[in-house]
Design a protein around this ligand. Sequence first.
Ligand SMILES: [Zn+2]
Length: 68
Amino acid sequence: MIKKKIQCLNCKTQFIYGESPFRPFCSERCKMIDLGHWLNETYTIPLGPVIEGEDLDEFEDESESEYR
Ligand SMILES: [Zn+2]
């Protein structure tokens, strides 16, 4: 077992590297949070403000074709 202490990449809590199955995170929660950030950056789905205007249909078509 690796007994080196490392910092969680998400919450900066120190923990023993060999004791966490979720390394380099301290817990499953931190791992999922980080994964969520990563997904948000990758897919850039607009979750916030709804886009108003007549271009909405066109915009959706473009974003779909990008992921195929
Ligand atoms: Zn953490």
